[in-house]
Design a protein around this ligand. Structure first.
Ligand code: HAM
Length: 438
C-alpha cells in the first residue's frame, strides 16, 4: 500500500513536539511584550514581486513560487521583512512612532537540507520603525539576548556578533571601490567564513582578478574582532562620516554595557548578512561552541519601506528561528519535559456512575479545569491505572459504593491519599484542592 509522507523539510508536530515548540513561542512572546512590542499578523502567500530584487539572490533562488488560478505570480513568504514594510508603509502617517511590532509565523525556503535548516520553519520577527539612531539597535539586541536568556541559556551558550555595513562601505570606498564593487565585495565577505578564498570567485568573475593588496586589506578588516582595532584601522581615514559612525558604535556598545549585556556581545566585522536590503548595523546570534547554524539574524534596512512604495522610514529588526533554538535548548538540557496530563481523571462504574460523573465534569471543564474520563466503559480496576498514567493530579471515583452513599471519593494521585465528599460538594472541593486550598 502506498504511504504518504510529508514533503522533505516540512515538519510534523506530534503533541509532545508541539508542546516544546509552544514553550519556545510562549517565552518569545513574553519577552517581546516585556520590551513593549505589539503583535501583528500577515498573509503567508504574497505577490512574487515583493521578493524580487529585494530579499537578495540567495532567497530569490529558494522561493516556493507558482502561478495561481487567477494568473498571478505568487510566492510563499520566505521572510517577514518585505511584508512588514508594506504594512507599516501603508499606514505610516497614522502609526505612533517608534513602531515596535512583532510576529511569530511560518516561513518557506527551498533550502538544501541540513541540520538546523528546513524548508518550513518558524521565526519570531521583531522590528522597530521610525528610529534612525542606535537606540533602536540597543533595544533589539537586548531583546534578542532575552529571547535566548529566558530559557536559562547564558553567555556560555550563545553570543551576538555585531558588525556594520556602513563602515564596510566607507572603508571599501576609501580603498577606491565604486558602489557596484563594494556590493560584490560584501557578498564575498558574507561567504568567506563558509567558503574561504572561493568566496571571492564571484567578485573576480565580475570585475577581474582581485588585487593582492586589496584582498589583504579586506581580509584584515573582516578579521576585526574588537572596537579598539576598528577605531585604530579607521582612525587613519580622515572621513567625517567615519567619526560620526564610530560615535554611534560607542553609543550602541555603551548602552548594551549599561544593560549588563556586554558578555553576550562580540564586535565582528566578518558578519555582513546575505540579505540585500541591509544598510547599517547588522548582527547575528550563534551558539558559543559554533556547532549550529545561526540562531538569529537582523540589522538595519533604512531604504526598504520606501522601495516598497511607502515613505522614507528608518527601520531595524531581527528574526530568531525555532529550529536552531530548539536544537540548542536540547543540547544544553534546557528543554523541559512536558507532561500534558489533565487536572482530574474520573473513574466511573457503570451507567449510573457515568451520569453522576457527567454532572460534575461539564461544570468543572467550563470553569477551566482539565478533566478527562474513559469515553467507553472500561473495567473499573483498569481505570485506576488509566488515571495514574494520565498524569492527572486527582482521580474522582464514581463507583457503586460511592453512589450508594451519595459521595464521591477523591484520590490524590501524588501522595495516594483519599477522602470522600458529598456529591453536592465535589465541584467546590476540586476547585479548592486544585487552586492550592485544602
Ligand atoms: P535570516 O538570517 O534569513 O534573516 O533568518 C533569521 C533566522 O531564521 C536564522 O538565523 C535562522 O535561525 C532562521 N532560519 C532561516 N532560514 C531557515 C531555514 N531554512 N530553516 C530553519 N531556520 C531558518 C531574516 O529572515 C530577516 N528577514 C530577519 C530580519 C527581520 N531582518 C530585519 N528584520
Amino acid at each position: 500500500m502506498a504511504t504518504f509522507q510529508s514533503l522533505p523539510g516540512f515538519r510534523e508536530f506530534y503533541p509532545d513536539e508541539f508542546a516544546r515548540r509552544k514553550h519556545i513561542f510562549d517565552l518569545w512572546r513574553r519577552a517581546a511584550h516585556a520590551f513593549g512590542f505589539a503583535e501583528y499578523d500577515a498573509p503567508v502567500l504574497e505577490p512574487l514581486e515583493l521578493y524580487k530584487a529585494k530579499s537578495g539572490d540567495e532567497i530569490e533562488g529558494q522561493l516556493f513560487s507558482f502561478t495561481d488560478k487567477g494568473g498571478r505570480e505568487v510566492a510563499l513568504r520566505p521572510e517577514m521583512t518585505p511584508t512588514v514594510c508594506r504594512l507599516v508603509g501603508a499606514k505610516a502617517s497614522a502609526l505612533k512612532r517608534p513602531v515596535k511590532w512583532f510576529n511569530i509565523g511560518e516561513f518557506y525556503r527551498y533550502e538544501r537540507m541540513q541540520k538546523g535548516r528546513d524548508r518550513a520553519f518558524r521565526q519570531l520577527n521583531v522590528d522597530i520603525f521610525g528610529e534612525a539612531g542606535p537606540e533602536a539597535e540597543i533595544e533589539l539586541i537586548a531583546l534578542l539576548t532575552q529571547c535566548l536568556g529566558a530559557f536559562g541559556l547564558t553567555d556560555q551558550d550563545f553570543y551576538v556578533r555585531i558588525s556594520d555595513r556602513n563602515l564596510w562601505f566607507f572603508y571599501l570606498e576609501a580603498l577606491g571601490l565604486d558602489q557596484a564593487r563594494v556590493r560584490a565585495m560584501l557578498v564575498a565577505v558574507d561567504k568567506f567564513e563558509k567558503y574561504g578564498d572561493d568566496a571571492f570567485k564571484g567578485y573576480a568573475e565580475q570585475f577581474g582578478a582581485l588585487d593582492a593588496e586589496l584582498k589583504a586589506k579586506v581580509l584584515a578588516f573582516l578579521q576585526i574582532k574588537d572596537f579598539e582595532s576598528l577605531e585604530r584601522t579607521l582612525g587613519s581615514l580622515p572621513h567625517e562620516k567615519i567619526v560620526a559612525r564610530l560615535a554611534d558604535w560607542k553609543k550602541l556598545l555603551g548602552g548594551l554595557d549599561a544593560m549588563g549585556l556586554s558578555r553576550y556581545i562580540a564586535v565582528d566585522l566578518g558578519v555582513v548578512r546575505g540579505l540585500a536590503y541591509y544598510t547599517g548595523f547588522v548582527f547575528e546570534a550563534f551558539d558559543r561552541k559554533g556547532e549550529l547554524r545561526a540562531l538569529a539574524g537582523g540589522g538595519r534596512y533604512d531604504d526598504l519601506v520606501e522601495k516598497l512604495g511607502g515613505p522614507a522610514l528608518p527601520a531595524v529588526g531581527f528574526a530568531i528561528g525555532d529550529v536552531t533554538t530548539a536544537l540548542l535548548l536540547e543540547q544544553r538540557g534546557k528543554m523541559p519535559n512536558f507532561v500534558q496530563g489533565p487536572d482530574v481523571y474520573c473513574v466511573i462504574g457503570g451507567e449510573a456512575g457515568r451520569r453522576a460523573a457527567f454532572a460534575d465534569i461539564h461544570p468543572l471543564r467550563a470553569a477551566g479545569f482539565r478533566v478527562d474520563y474513559p469515553l467507553k466503559d472500561v473495567a473499573f480496576g483498569k481505570q485506576f491505572k488509566l488515571a495514574a498514567d494520565s498524569g492527572a493530579k486527582l482521580a474522582l471515583i464514581y463507583g457503586d459504593d460511592e453512589l450508594a452513599k451519595g459521595v464521591v471519593k477523591i484520590r490524590d494521585l501524588g501522595d495516594r491519599t483519599e477522602h470522600e465528599v458529598a456529591r453536592a460538594d465535589v465541584q467546590a472541593t476540586v476547585r479548592s484542592v486544585l487552586s492550592g486550598g485544602t
